[in-house]
Design a protein around this ligand. Sequence first.
Ligand code: 13P
Length: 337
Amino acid sequence: MNEKLLNETALAMVAPGRGILAADESTGTIEKRFKSINIENTEAHRQAYRDMLFTTQGFEQYTSGVILFEETLFQKALDGTPFPQLLAAKGVIPGIKVDKGAKDLAGAPGETVTEGLDGLRERLVKYREAGARFAKWRGVITIGNGIPSDYCIHTNAHALARYAALCQEAGIVPIVEPEVLMDADNTIEVCEDVTNRTLEAVFVELGKQKVLLEGMVLKPNMVISGKKCPVQADRQTVAAATLRTLKRHVPGAVPGIAFLSGGQSDEDATAHLDLMNKMGPLPWKLTFSYGRALQAAALKAWGGKNADAGRVAHLHRAHMNGLAALGKWDAALEKAA
Ligand code: 13P
């Protein structure tokens, strides 16, 4: 294992004031996003949309890396440059989502386990050749009546560690993403408890499977009220609970933590990250790896045809989150824009 290379890449992914754009929607997920703007889900539209995002002038100032879907890793930009080369030329590290999605977990109604380990070693070699320097695997933990079970948490943690070890063997930095969903009606206290259980299991498995902590990035959910909970914890409470939970489980050897946005509003996702960074000093870098919270405004402004408007919206969110990664964001900057 090339420990130095893995550590350098992980550090670059969480460099000060920069974060990761998650643009790795599967063909099924991007269909949902395109439906919201009445765009047909064709390969040409997916190419044009991602071309708009990646040719946003200046976004590289705030963006250390982009997570791509497999199709995009092997696709060309509109000017004919392969997407990974286009990104690398701007100093943006190309990454790749390698999991095959969350599938029903046998004997555990309402719970899932993420698949994609079979053949992963061979796929990683191909991805590296195509320019990928980091990867992502998302385990999904659902809160509900009597769930998550320890069975589900442990099965997903085990798979995350197997994936991470294979990535490091291939010289690819694993983004380890155990996502506790925020879609239910649970309180923030329940989210904190489940996130504690999840992160505890994940770091036990990473240790058992000899994953180099210095050569990975953690991508967790924030500790937050479920979307359908009648009582919504305020921003200060979310930031404090999230930091408390992370400090209990994430060793200081991990270079950085890059949050998912999980369905938070654009501004909440930015404000929470900013608040946490203002509460430092912290043992690791704290930044973003947002999908929806970086793309929603850009998608709407683009609308299938207006690339320039899409780029303006993308650059604004990237800029705001870049400031939040430094604890230098201010709500007034949103109004000014
Ligand atoms: P969201 O920020 O939209 O949650 O997406 C991030 C991601 O990569 C989920 O796997």
